[in-house]
Design a protein around this ligand. Structure first.
Ligand code: ATP
Ligand code: MG
Length: 138
């Protein structure tokens, strides 16, 4: 069993499609073992995406991530990190495969509906950024 951090981004909470996204994650075999809806501050968004701080899209990304509420969740399952990224689809929805969340639901490269951890180390860090151990119930 593996755990990963998933975020339903503001473009999706705004369009009231959190349930649709969770259904796609569940259909892929992932289980939501922690979940909350929060509104990130600019500083929290910058901290969360600190690895991208030198990228040209950093400001745009942080402004977007605090433009409305997000749903942060811990997903658990066999190969959860890879399975989540598979069901999310490519970063750019225009390049995502049919049936993936980003192909079916995302708006644009920035407003791409979901985040998923990209490896075991980032998953552990990102889960700890939002949740304490007693908030995660498998
Ligand atoms: P995420 O980390 O959100 O799961 P990802 O791992 O597929 O997505 P990253 O390369 O980590 O993609 O980029 C983080 C986020 O920054 C992307 O999800 C997207 O919202 C935004 N982003 C990435 N590349 C660009 C770009 N060239 N222009 C604008 N926004 C971008
Ligand atoms: Mg990433």
């Amino acid at each position: 069993m593996e755990r990963t951090l998933s975020i339903i981004k503001p473009d999706a909470t705004r369009r009231n499609i959190c349930g649709k996204i969770v259904a796609m994650l569940e259909a892929a075999g992932l289980r939501v073992v922690a979940q909350k809806r929060i509104h990130l501050s600019r500083r929290e968004a910058e901290q969360f995406y600190a690895v991208h701080s030198e990228r040209p899209f950093f400001d745009e990304l942080c402004i977007f991530m605090c433009s409305g509420p997000v749903t942060v969740q811990v997903l658990e399952g066999h190969d959860a990190i890879a399975v989540n990224r598979e069901v999310m689809g490519a970063t750019n929805p225009a390049e995502a495969k049919p049936g993936t969340i980003r192909k079916e639901l995302a708006v644009s490269l920035t407003e791409n509906s979901v985040h998923g951890s990209d490896g075991p180390d980032t998953a552990a860090q990102e889960i700890a950024f939002f949740f304490s151990e007693i908030e995660i119930v498998g």
